[in-house]
Ligand binder design. Sequence first.
Ligand code: BJW
Ligand code: ZN
Length: 250
Amino acid sequence: MFSANCLKALSSAQSVCVLTGAGVSEESGVPTFRSAGGIWEKFKPEDFARFESFISNPELVWEWYHYRKKVIREVLPNPGHVALAHMQDLVPDFTLVTQNVDGLHARAGSRDVIELHGNITRSYCVECGLFAGEEEQAVFEKTPRCKECGGLLRPDVVWFGELLPAGALEKAMEAAHRCDVFLSVGTSGVVYPAASIPLAARNAGAYVVEINREYTDLSPRMNETIIGPSGEILPLLVTHLTQRASHEPS
Ligand code: BJW
Ligand code: ZN
């Protein structure tokens, strides 16, 4: 399954950076966006993932987010998330960057996750910028409002045409530039600037491995693509890293 080059690169890697996408949460039961049966088959991105769409129909957009928040609350991290949480303790310099807004990496135990597209569990006021507290969010009004100024609350996620959270892309790019091995896991690689991160790693000399159920737009530019579910492949990579750790002089 893993090429000799991949195992060799992993065996000596001092720095590993991982970018995840919706595919890593698929085995938890969170629908992806663009795969068969994905979110965008039923909903047009431009109707939901844009600020203009939200302002013109906040009730509809909130209905969609309430539904997704419920799905995410009811699922659990899968072996892929758990493997990545273990990986951070096996490599001296490890960075996890995600496009996912579901918080499942943190729930699996990953620390300092760089969330490029925000987090669906948080909301803030479009008028005064105040973040809503846990209690307000626990009350699932159809269209929640700010308790300070009455303005509309919006999910703390990044929609098309919006900037990524301050510093997130910069930190991810720094990790991509310094890593020896880069893993691009469960992402179609069509949304930028996230999709430029594995390409930056490759240009900087990292060994770049894609893990996906199918080939993507990024595949021709990777060192190798491993086809299969991340919930099965990532634990195998961790087993390899664990063996490496047990052979290192103490
Ligand atoms: C498995 C699996 C298993 C399944 N195991 N694998 C033209 C060219 C280039 C860029 C642009 C352009 N026109 C516009 C842009 C910019 C735009 C963009 O990239 N658009 C493209 C779509 C064309 N980008 C932006 O607007 C970004 N901001 C920006 O650029 O700011 C600068 C700027 C601002 C103003 C003016 C000008 C510039 C922001 C992007 C925000 C993306 N937001 C979303 C929604 C988040 C909120 C929410 O969730 O509600 O983020 S869209 C959606 O796509 C979500 C995801 O994070 C993102 C990426 O999707 P991902 O994760 O790759 O999922 P899928 O479904 O696409 O793929 C899943 C993969 O998993 C598949 O390949 C499966 O095969 C695989 N898989 N099961 C392994 N078990
Ligand atoms: Zn407010």
